[in-house]
Design a protein around this ligand. Structure first.
Ligand code: PMV
Length: 323
């Protein structure tokens, strides 16, 4: 069997930072995101009798990436065994292509594992609901659970493998403008950064508590289609995530001086009447949310700080023809 799937990265408005269960990737709090309409990952999975093989952007992947892919395929094989399928022992040849510019910091692990989950489930003959695909993708990378979903997703933290998954949520119309800054910040993976935060940041419990109430507020703001409120919640929450991370020992600092300049520019835009709000993940790049009509004006205001890309809400992970 050969199957192929396509998935896009997502950017969280309410962030996921911290696991209650490291192995099952159950988060300490829920989160909410927009799936992007660019920078897709397309992944093809072909069952074989040889060993698992993983090719990324035309090159055979290194041992670490191959190991992570094999561990993920083992989860799919376990599901196939539970379903009594004769594919359960098959190995897989995985060929993956990222359309995003390398090192743009646009969450390629989220699109990668969402595409892999969707293609591998199909190749092994599993019939999974979107909820079960989201649970499966979560095991590869937490944020991948959200890239299964069209447009806007809420990831319910849950308390177990069965109850931790993402589903669609309505949100006000918005666009995103990403600023890939030219900063050589030292990178700590989100996986390692989350553990360090839990172990050494004195503000960790406060962060968990506030993320839960923030998600409740975000759900209300989305239901009211209140773009202003969604934006305010998003920006404040991003600062809180970086604050709890900055308080680790030894300190982890993802934002660079130029990232702060972009946050300042976004505040200046608001004073000038352009409604824009900023957020940033585990790196120095900044993503701005705005009303769709303001996208070009926002992009022009921040062009001097880095490479600019603009996004609309995009599709969730889906199968594509292999021909
Ligand atoms: O899914 P991971 O392990 O790549 O973690 C994602 C962490 C953030 O991007 C910083 C926040 C989020 O919710 O996407």
């Amino acid at each position: 069997m050969v199957s192929a799937a396509r998935a896009h990265p997502n950017i969280a408005l309410v962030k996921y930072w911290g696991k209650a269960d490291d192995e099952l990737i159950i988060p300490v709090a829920g989160s909410m995101s927009m799936t992007l309409d660019k920078f897709a990952t397309t992944t093809q999975v072909e069952l074989t009798t040889d060993a698992d093989r993983f090719e990324l952007n035309g090159t055979v992947a290194d041992a670490k990436a191959t190991g992570r892919t094999t561990a993920f395929l083992d989860l799919v094989r376990n599901l196939a065994a539970e379903a009594g399928l004769d594919t359960a022992n098959a190995k897989a040849n995985v060929i993956s292509v990222n359309e995003g510019p390398t090192a743009a910091g646009m969450a390629s692990s989220a699109s990668g594992f969402a595409a892999l989950a969707t293609a591998a489930a199909d190749a092994y003959g599993l019939k999974l609901s979107p909820k079960d695909l989201s649970r499966l993708a979560r095991r590869g990378s937490g944020s991948a659970s959200r890239s299964i979903i069209d447009r806007f997703a809420i990831w319910h933290a849950g308390t177990s493998d069965a109850t931790s998954y993402a589903e669609a949520i309505d949100a006000p119309e918005m666009a995103m403008v990403s600023v890939t800054v030219n900063a050589a910040a030292k990178k700590v993976s989100s996986r390692d950064g989350m553990v360090a935060t839990r172990q050494t940041s004195p503000y960790y419990q406060a962060w968990i508590d506030v993320t839960k109430t923030t998600l409740d507020e975000m759900v209300l703001a989305c239901a009211a289609k209140d773009f202003t409120r969604v934006g305010e919640i998003t920006e404040t929450h991003a600062h809180r995530m970086h604050a709890v991370i900055n308080a680790t020992h030894p300190p982890i600092r993802y934002l660079a001086p130029v990232s702060w300049q972009v946050f300042d520019e976004v505040a200046a835009m608001r004073e000038d009447g352009i409604e824009a709000y900023a957020t940033a993940d585990a790196g120095p790049n900044v993503v701005i949310i705005c009303r769709p009509v303001d996208t070009d004006a926002v992009a022009a205001r921040v062009a001097e700080y880095g490479q600019i890309n603009t996004f609309a809400p995009g599709p969730g992970a889906h199968l594509v023809d292999t021909a």
